[in-house]
Each structure stands twice: as structure tokens, then as C-alpha cells.
Design a binder for this molecule. Structure first.
Ligand SMILES: Cc1cc2nc3c(=O)[nH]c(=O)nc-3n(C[C@H](O)[C@H](O)[C@H](O)COP(=O)(O)OP(=O)(O)OC[C@H]3O[C@@H](n4cnc5c(N)ncnc54)[C@H](O)[C@@H]3O)c2cc1C
Length: 467
């Protein structure tokens, strides 16, 4: 029996949710710890098997003043999908709502329940030559993707989750179901209520179903690691590629030498396309993708890179076209490899994309001056101005917590000075709430908190109240 929840409440919930619907004790631990951040204690974990049962559980929680934190695949990176350490929240796992209700090929849409995994949807849509074109190194649920407005490596071409949501159904804290499941691409008939639930991490409502817009699958892709003539040339390289091939450009990811070196060191099965031991200081993963099976995008890419290496002001110093999956494996191996190098202080920041080189130069210089032990091992979605500014602290140190706090203060101050965001794509949660309070203008916070108070007056949903 869980601590803190009376036998009567536990019995009431079990009666509503049936077999496997309520988990307590040791079996709850997988739901209490996030992929990387967030560890708490749940009053109990609720796993409703239908939308009706989810609504009944939410109404039960409201009646009894119980707090809920929605959870999908629990791959979020800001600690917002796990219960608080105080043990005063129920985890509401949507993992059993995994029905793909319809796949509408003519409209290029899918109607899915919140717990459907991205891989399951893409597996089902592949037979119709379609996919949900949001690409990342995790396998989240649709509800979690709505909650965090997932971006990923192909946001440059396809946009993030916000752009993909054509219909949504969500439960408010009191159990009221708000629904717009018409799936319209055009509708300017009032406040677009769907948007309230995108990127707000389950703090305004619990997504139960969504209609998402799919895209034709890419039948041909070509991928290269490109060393620019200088890091400051990267925005011009992006502009040149966009100018010449437009929507054929599907990814533009920056990778520092330190990040690449860590991926290579800890993954002996991966190989550098560059000469052994000579990694350029910074490279860009460039991908072209075409929906036509007979479009030779590799020929286009090779020609483009040759053109951009030439002339009086070349932008490309070196470039290697390679097997796409091998290059993507390198990219996706970085995060976990860095954790094997030492203590990682991770940032998910953004500035307007043309400002990235200047922002990075300032931050690298400031950190080198103040914290010479830190290794900057950044990588990220340069095409969207996003940077995973991951810093590795190699040696154990007693006052690491205090050092980390000072490092964070300094980095966020530079982000602010460059007009950037402290959370480019991972959202808001206990991990970065203090930064939100510091850097979000008071009127913006007040309005957000008013919306929260209107929809959830007793602050029972999710991990943040936006105050
Ligand atoms: C290796 C790795 C790589 C990643 N790469 C990227 C990346 O490139 N781009 C990117 O944007 N993110 C990335 N992420 C972060 C993460 O995968 C995304 O944020 C993802 O969308 C979270 O989905 P989830 O189902 O795991 O949600 P969870 O982690 O379970 O929850 C995330 C948030 O959404 C809320 N939530 C969950 N379900 C619902 C629901 N049904 N209704 C309302 N709210 C809900 C939770 O309360 C929480 O606030 C990565 C994570 C990992 C581990």
C-alpha cells in the first residue's frame, strides 16, 4: 500500500481503473524517476486503459483534492513527468491509451490516443508512405510530444509538434473534456484552444487524443559531415544551402570536435569520416531528403559542396558524404557518450540562428576564463538556432553543486544578453523553473499564471504553475 493515500482512496481508484490500473510500492519506481532528471515519490501510479477511465480518474482526483502529474514515455529532460519528492502527487500514466484510431491517407492525418509511441505511429503510417516527421533520439508518446512541443533534428524542414497538431482533446483539472477534433487545416473562428495544451507540459490539461498531420516519407536521403572554413561561416553556409535547394534541406546540425570525439571514443563501432585523429574544430551534419525515389540527392549534395568549397570566399573547408545511418548514429551517440566523460552540465538554449557563432564565442571565452577545467562539448540544431551547450566537468570535486550553479548563472546571463531562450525545446519543469522566474518578464509570467489559475484553480495538474 502506498504511503499517504488512504485505503479508501486507493480502493476507489482501483475500482475505477481495474486490473493493472493502479500501481504502488516498488513497482511504481520506474514511473518515479525520469530518463535523466526528476526523481520523486508517487502517491500511486494510475494507468487507465481507456479515455473514459482517464476522465473518471481525473474527476475522482478533483473530488478528493489529489494532485496529478501526467506521464507519457517519461523521456522528458526537465523533470516534469515525475512526481515531486514530497510524495504528494499521483502519476497519471497515459501509456495504455495506445490506439491508433484512424489513418486518413487522403488528408495525410492520423487520429491517435495520447499514449501512442512515435515509433508505433510511424510503423503504421509507413505502409501508406507517410510519417510524423519529428525525429529525435528517443521514442516519446504523442501526448508527451504535445506537452513538450517536441522539436528534433528535422524541425528546420517540418516544424515542431505545434505545427503538426490539427486536432486535440484534453481533460481539464476538474475532468471537463475540451475537444476540437475536426482536424481542420484552416480555422480562424476564435481562440485556438488547442494551442493552450501544446508546450505547457500537462499543467493546463491532460491530452487524451490528437489529430496529427503526417508527411510523405523521404525515399532518398544524402548526408554529409561538412567542415566550414570557420565557425563564423556556418550561417552563410546555411543560407547558401537554403537558397540553392530550399525544402530539400532536411537537417543542419552543428557538432563540436569535443562532442564528436566523445562519441567516437565510447562507441568503437562508429567511425569518423575524416582522416584518423584529424577532426575539424566544428562540423555541420547536412542532410538532403527527397520524397521522389528517383531523385539523386547525393549527386545534388556532392555538387553543392564542391561549389561551396570553391571561389574567392569558400564556405566549406572539407566535407565527407557518408552512409546516412552511420552519420546519424554518430550524432545520436553524443549525449550518452558525454556522460561517460565526466559530470555533464547540460543546456538546451537558443538564440536567433545567425547569432549562434557570436553567442558561442562569448560563452566559450567566459567559461574558459572563469572555469578553465570545463570542457565545452556542444552540439545542436543550428538550423533552428538551438544549441545543446553541454559542458563536461572531468574531475570529481567536492563543491560541484555550487560550481554548477555558478556556471549556469553565467551561461544564462549570456543567453539573455543575446536575446535567447533558456529552454529551446525541452520545455519547463522543476529543473529550470528558477531560470524561468528569473528571465521571463513579469507581465508574461502573470498572464501565464492567470491562464493556469483559470483552468486549474487549485493547481492540481503538472509540475509547474507558471508563477
Ligand atoms: C535521448 C533523448 C533525445 C531527445 N531529443 C530531443 C530532441 O531532439 N528534441 C526535443 O524536443 N526533445 C528531445 N528529447 C526530450 C523528449 O524526448 C521529448 O520532450 C518528448 O516529447 C517527451 O515525450 P514523452 O512521451 O517521453 O513525455 P514525458 O517525458 O512522459 O512527459 C513530458 C512532459 O509532457 C507532459 N505530458 C506527458 N503526457 C502528457 C499528456 N498526455 N497530456 C499532457 N501532458 C503530458 C508531462 O507531464 C511532462 O510535462 C530527447 C530525450 C531523450 C531522452
Amino acid at each position: 500500500m502506498s504511503e499517504g493515500l488512504s485505503p479508501a482512496l486507493l480502493g476507489g481508484l482501483s475500482g475505477l481503473l481495474g486490473d493493472g490500473g493502479v500501481i504502488t510500492g516498488d513497482r511504481a519506481s520506474a514511473y518515479e524517476r525520469g530518463y535523466r532528471y526528476g526523481a520523486g515519490r508517487a502517491l500511486a501510479v494510475l494507468r487507465p486503459a481507456s479515455i473514459e477511465a482517464t476522465a473518471a480518474a481525473v474527476r475522482f482526483a478533483a473530488r478528493h483534492g489529489l494532485r496529478l502529474v501526467p506521464q507519457g514515455a517519461n523521456t522528458g529532460l526537465v523533470g516534469a513527468s515525475t512526481p515531486s519528492p514530497g510524495g504528494d502527487q499521483l502519476v497519471l500514466s497515459l501509456e495504455r491509451l495506445r490506439r491508433i484510431e484512424t489513418l486518413n491517407v487522403a488528408d495525410r492525418t492520423a487520429t491517435v490516443q495520447a499514449g501512442v509511441r512515435l515509433s508505433a505511429l510511424n510503423g503504421a503510417a509507413a505502409a501508406s508512405g507517410l510519417w510524423l516527421p519529428i525525429d529525435l533520439g528517443a521514442d516519446p508518446t504523442i501526448g508527451g510530444m504535445v506537452g513538450t512541443n517536441t522539436g528534433g533534428t528535422r524541425q528546420l524542414r517540418y516544424g515542431g509538434m505545434r505545427r503538426r497538431v490539427l486536432g486535440l482533446e484534453a481533460l481539464l483539472a476538474d475532468g471537463t473534456l475540451v475537444s476540437d477534433m475536426r482536424g481542420l487545416r484552416k480555422d480562424n473562428s476564435g481562440v485556438d484552444l488547442k494551442q493552450l495544451f501544446v508546450g505547457t507540459g500537462g499543467s493546463l490539461g491532460i491530452v487524451t487524443r490528437a489529430i496529427v498531420e503526417l508527411a510523405p516519407v523521404l525515399r532518398r536521403t544524402a548526408t554529409a559531415l561538412v567542415a566550414p572554413t570557420d565557425i563564423t561561416a556556418i550561417p552563410a553556409l546555411l543560407q547558401a544551402l537554403e537558397g540553392r535547394v530550399g525544402p530539400l534541406l532536411t537537417a543542419f546540425e552543428g557538432l563540436s570536435r569535443e562532442a564528436l570525439a566523445a562519441a567516437l571514443k565510447h562507441n568503437p563501432g562508429l567511425a569518423s569520416p575524416f582522416a584518423p585523429d584529424i577532426l575539424p574544430p566544428y562540423v555541420v551534419l547536412v542532410e538532403l531528403g527527397a520524397t521522389e525515389a528517383d531523385r539523386d540527392v547525393e549527386e545534388v549534395l556532392v555538387g553543392l559542396l564542391a561549389e561551396l568549397s570553391d571561389g574567392p570566399a569558400p564556405l566549406v573547408a572539407d566535407a565527407r558524404v557518408g552512409a546516412p545511418e552511420r552519420i546519424w548514429d554518430l550524432r545520436h551517440a553524443i549525449s550518452d557518450s558525454l556522460r561517460r566523460e565526466g559530470h555533464v552540465i547540460a543546456f538546451d538554449v537558443s538564440v536567433i540562428r545567425s547569432r549562434l557563432p557570436a553567442f558561442r564565442a562569448v560563452v566559450v571565452e567566459e567559461l574558459a576564463r572563469a572555469f578553465p577545467m570545463l570542457r565545452v562539448c556542444d552540439f545542436g540544431h543550428w538550423g533552428d538556432g538551438g544549441l545543446h551547450l553541454n559542458l563536461v566537468w572531468p574531475a570529481p570535486q567536492a563543491d560541484l553543486e555550487d560550481t554548477e550553479r555558478r556556471v549556469r548563472e553565467r551561461v544564462y546571463a549570456v543567453v539573455e544578453a543575446h536575446g535567447g531562450s533558456f529552454s529551446a525545446e525541452h520545455g519547463l519543469g522543476p529543473v529550470n523553473l528558477n531560470v524561468y522566474r528569473r528571465y521571463t518578464p513579469a507581465p508574461n509570467r502573470q498572464l501565464s499564471a492567470c491562464i493556469k489559475a483559470l483552468l486549474d484553480p487549485h493547481s492540481r495538474l503538472g509540475a509547474v504553475d507558471f508563477a
